[in-house]
Design a protein around this ligand. Structure first.
Ligand code: SF4
Ligand code: SF4
Length: 385
C-alpha cells in the first residue's frame, strides 16, 4: 500500500503551516523518514508552480508561505537548496519575485535555478521517450520535491503533482512536446517519463485554496482546506482528483496512463490515506473544467476516437479580449490554427478546429481569461469532454 497524507488546514500563516507539514511528516515516519528522503549532503531542488506573473498569494502559483514552510523543514536536512520553474509565457525569476518567493528564498539562502540551462540526456527504461532536453538543475539535483497547486486543467482535466514537473522543460520545449504528443494519454506518458528522468522524490500539494473552473490560470479560487503529501506523485494526484469530484480515477486520462503503465499507484484500494478521510474533505460543488463520464469501451482505439471527437473547443469571450495575440504566439500549431477577425471594433481570435490539437495552451496563457472551453454536443451525449 502506498501511503499518502491528507491534512486539513485553512490558513497560510507560515508558522501554522510548518506545524501542519511536520504533523504530516510525523505520520509518514517522522525523523527517520525525512532522513531517508533527504540523505545527508543532498542537493535539493524545490519545484514550485510559477505559471505566471501574478500577485503574492494568487492560487495560480505556489503560495509563498507554503514555500517558506517547506524550506524551514528541508533546511534542517540540507544546506544546498535551490528552486526554479520554466513557465510557458513569462520569466520564471520575475514570476517568483512578484509572487513573493524570491524574498523568502533570499532570507533562507535558497538559490534561484535558471531552467534555461539545459542538458541533453537519455532515460533508461522509459515508458515512451528515451531522449530529452531538460533543465539541468532538477536533473542534477539529488532530491526533487514538487510543490504544486491543485487546479483544473483544460487538457489534462486536473493539474497537481505529476503535471507540475512539466516546468522542468524549458519554455520552447513545451510547445514541441504538445505538437509531438497531442493525444492526452501519450502526453501523460511523457509526463511520467519526465518525472522519472528528474527523479521527483516527493510532492506537497497545496489545496488550501485551489482553483476551479477555467484553470490553470484563469479559474476561480476555491477553498478545499487540504494539503496532500506523499512520495508517489500519482497516488497524491489520485487523492486530489477524488477530493474534487472525479470519483472514478481512471476517467482522468493521465491517471489511466499511470495505471496502464504501472508507473505509480492510483487505485483507491492501493493507497492508504493517512490523516483525514477523503470523504471528510471532499468538495461536492467543485467546478471541473472537463467532465470525465461513462465512456469506456473495450477497444482502446474506440476510446481514443471518442476522446478526440468529444474534446471541447477553445472559444473566445469577445468582451474580455484585448487583441494581444498571445494565444497565437503560444499555439504549438502556429500559424495554422488561429487567425484574427474583426468583431465589435477589435481583432479577436478565430480557430480552425480541424487543425487544433486541443492542447489548450491558448486558454492557459491568455492574460485576460478571455478563452474558455465549449463542450460539443457529442461530448454532452457521452457525458465526457
Ligand atoms: S484571446 Fe486572450 S490571448 Fe488571445 S488575443 Fe484575446 S486577450 Fe490576447
Ligand atoms: S489553438 Fe489553442 S488548443 Fe488549439 S492547438 Fe493552438 S494552443 Fe492548442
Amino acid at each position: 500500500m502506498e501511503k499518502v497524507c491528507l491534512l486539513r488546514h485553512d490558513s497560510y500563516d507560515v508558522d501554522s503551516l510548518e506545524r501542519k507539514l511536520r504533523e504530516g511528516f510525523e505520520m509518514l515516519g517522522g525523523e527517520a523518514y525525512l532522513r531517508k528522503l533527504i540523505p545527508a549532503g543532498s542537493r535539493v531542488l524545490l519545484k514550485p508552480n510559477l505559471l505566471s506573473m501574478v500577485e503574492k498569494g494568487s492560487p495560480v502559483i505556489t503560495h509563498y508561505a507554503m514555500f517558506e514552510a517547506v524550506i524551514r523543514i528541508v533546511s534542517e536536512y540540507s544546506d544546498d537548496i535551490s528552486f526554479g520553474d520554466s513557465p510557458g509565457s513569462s520569466d520564471a525569476r520575475k514570476a517568483a519575485e512578484k509572487g513573493g518567493l524570491i524574498e523568502v528564498a533570499d532570507r533562507y539562502g535558497v538559490k534561484f535555478a535558471d531552467f534555461r540551462d539545459e542538458v541533453h540526456v537519455e532515460l533508461d527504461d522509459p515508458i515512451m521517450f528515451r531522449y530529452w532536453d531538460v533543465a539541468r538543475a532538477p536533473y542534477e539535483a539529488d532530491v526533487v520535491i514538487s510543490l504544486p497547486k491543485l487546479k483544473t486543467h483544460a487538457m489534462m482535466y486536473y493539474t497537481g503533482a505529476v503535471k507540475n514537473q512539466f516546468g522542468c522543460l524549458y519554455g520552447s520545449q513545451k510547445a514541441v512536446w504538445h505538437t509531438k504528443q497531442p493525444d492526452p494519454m501519450n502526453f501523460a506518458k511523457m509526463l511520467l517519463d519526465l518525472n522519472s528522468l528528474v527523479g521527483t522524490s516527493f510532492a506537497i500539494l497545496d489545496g488550501i485554496v485551489a482553483m476551479e473552473g477555467n484553470g490553470p490560470r484563469n479559474g476561480t479560487p476555491k477553498r478545499l482546506d487540504s494539503i496532500i503529501m506523499g512520495e508517489d506523485l500519482a497516488a497524491v494526484d489520485s487523492v486530489a482528483v477524488r477530493l474534487i469530484g472525479y470519483d472514478k480515477v481512471l476517467h482522468v486520462p493521465f491517471l489511466k496512463a499511470v495505471r496502464e503503465t504501472g508507473w505509480g499507484k492510483v487505485m483507491p484500494e492501493d493507497i492508504e490515506v493517512l490523516g483525514e478521510t477523503i470523504d471528510s474533505l471532499k468538495c461536492d460543488d467543485f467546478k471541473l473544467s472537463r467532465s470525465a463520464g461513462a465512456v469506456n469501451f473495450l477497444s482502446p482505439k474506440l476510446n481514443n476516437l471518442i476522446g478526440s471527437l468529444t474534446a471541447p473547443d477553445p472559444v473566445v469571450i469577445d468582451e474580455k479580449c484585448i487583441s494581444c495575440r498571445m494565444c497565437d504566439e503560444v499555439c504549438p500549431r502556429r500559424p495554422d490554427v488561429i487567425t484574427f477577425v474583426e468583431r465589435n471594433g477589435k481583432k479577436v481570435p478565430k480557430w480552425d478546429y480541424s487543425k487544433c490539437i486541443r492542447c489548450f495552451c491558448c486558454q492557459e496563457l491568455c492574460p485576460k481569461g478571455a478563452i474558455v472551453t465549449r463542450r460539443k454536443l457529442i461530448g454532452k451525449l457521452f457525458r465526457v469532454g
